[in-house]
Write a protein that binds this ligand. Structure first.
Ligand SMILES: Cc1ncc(COP(=O)(O)O)c(C=O)c1O
Length: 421
């Protein structure tokens, strides 16, 4: 079975249980210090590797990172300035300031049904929320399942804690990336501790259907598996049926083993602010608060106040972001489809196209060459797991002039390559 057919791949987390005592010796015979084996075994970022290859290349067009080239809207920046002017420079409650927890509870209730402030924890962005959620439920030797291709952080975080991660890959075909539900259900064995699902998905744009969510939630209930739903792209949804992607929060009650992770980064263009949140059962909040204390103590107070403005007043802005992204997605798909040999489809969510280029069986090398020779910055598919090999990821959160310039560079590169082969 090939990886693209959706193999369940076991990844080694057991290493994490070994202490890193240091192996190499210096010239004087002294033992050199080492990080723990589990940490040394973590995958370095291939996107960074490509970006480093472009260092010194003038005029690179960067489509590799998952963020817009627009700044955060003025009303949110003003709220932060005002908060600073008012002296909001102190520690806050571990779980966040009350106005933000209340505003988020209203927001989540509007989208997904009744949610109380006691079920919300404010975090230092989505990645910190993922780490906290994993620390809350996973320990050394635990079995974790993740649906891939996937932003690498989700797969690596449990390994830091000594867990073993098994991946169940989406499959790619005429309809783009789809989930083999039976394969996923089969991987959810009684000894599984945690399942991680990111929908809408980075990098593929895949969106899990309501029926799939129902089946997976039932299996998790049956075996007592914690479900971590990474829903940071939930508003970046292009289905005609709703302004938010299907969420596990629509199906689960708030006292079940479901933790939803979210972020201000994507829907309000706040990547650099590092603000996010978790929806979790009230029963785990005290323990979550302890973990926040030992990780960051709290999110910055003036950033939290800016977050209140974003959630309270930001709906029209978010909807305009999504409309622009939908237009950019369609524009880029059409432009790329005009390049001979490019295989690309419009996915239902997120801010990326994850597509095949002819002869891309070594996407890391290809992306390094693209940036060095053409100044085109794409992310290699292999950065998102072995099933992503053969693909590249393009973040389309920018204006059409920039997309045009990027497509022209890709076309030229492909023509030159076809001419030389
Ligand atoms: C799938 C996924 N989850 C979480 C995050 C975390 O984003 P942040 O830490 O900026 O909130 C990202 C960022 O790109 C992401 O792609």
């Amino acid at each position: 079975m090939s990886e693209s057919e959706g193999a369940v791949v076991s990844e080694l987390g057991a290493l994490a249980t070994q202490a890193g005592t240091g192996g190499a010796e210096s010239a004087s015979g002294a033992r050199l210090p080492n990080a723990r084996d589990a940490v040394r075994a973590l995958r370095p970022s291939q996107i960074r590797e490509v970006a480093n290859a472009g260092f010194g290349v003038p005029d690179v067009l960067p489509f590799w990172f998952g963020e817009s080239n627009q700044v955060t809207p003025q009303f949110i920046r003003d709220a932060a300035s005002q908060a600073l002017a008012d002296g909001a420079t102190f520690y806050t409650h571990n779980l966040g300031i009350a106005p933000l927890r209340e505003a988020l509870a209203d927001y989540v209730s509007r989208l997904h049904g009744v949610t109380r402030p006691q079920e919300i924890a404010v975090t230092s962005a989505g990645v910190n929320a993922l780490m906290l959620a994993a620390q809350l439920v996973v320990g050394a030797g635990d079995r974790v399942v993740a649906v891939t291709p996937l932003w690498p952080n989700l797969v690596e975080i449990p390994k830091i804690l000594g867990a073993t991660v098994e991946t169940v890959s989406l499959t790619y075909g005429d309809e783009g990336w789809v989930l083999d539900l039976d394969r996923l259900l089969a991987a959810l064995t009684p000894d599984t501790r945690m399942l991680m699902i990111n929908s809408p998905n980075n990098p593929t744009g895949w969106v899990m259907t309501r029926e799939q969510q129902r089946a997976v939630l039932d299996r998790c209930r049956q075996h007592g598996i914690w479900l971590i739903a990474d829903e940071v792209y939930e508003r970046l949804y292009y289905g005609s049926d709703a302004t938010v992607a299907p969420s596990f929060l629509d199906l689960a009650t708030r006292d079940e083993c479901v933790i939803a992770v979210n972020s201000f980064s994507k829907a309000w263009l706040m990547t650099g602010w590092r603000l996010g949140w978790i929806v979790a059962p009230e029963g785990v909040m005290e323990d979550l608060g302890k973990l926040v204390e030992y990780n960051t103590s709290c999110a910055p107070s003036f950033v939290q106040l800016a977050g209140v403005a974003a959630v309270r007043d930001g709906e029209p802005f978010t909807q305009s972001v999504v409309a622009d992204l939908r237009a950019s997605r369609d524009y880029l798909v059409t432009a790329l489809q005009r390049i001979p040999g490019v295989d690309v489809r419009a996915p239902l969510g997120s801010m990326y196209l994850f597509f095949k280029l002819p002869g891309t069986d070594r996407s890391l090398e290809l992306c390094k060459t693209l940036v060095r020779t053409s100044g085109l910055g794409l992310a290699p598919g292999s950065a998102f797991g072995p099933e992503g090999e053969g693909f590249v990821r393009w973040c389309y959160a920018c204006d059409t002039a920039r997309l045009d310039a990027g497509v022209a560079r890709l076309r030229e590169f492909m023509e030159a390559r076809a001419g030389s082969s």
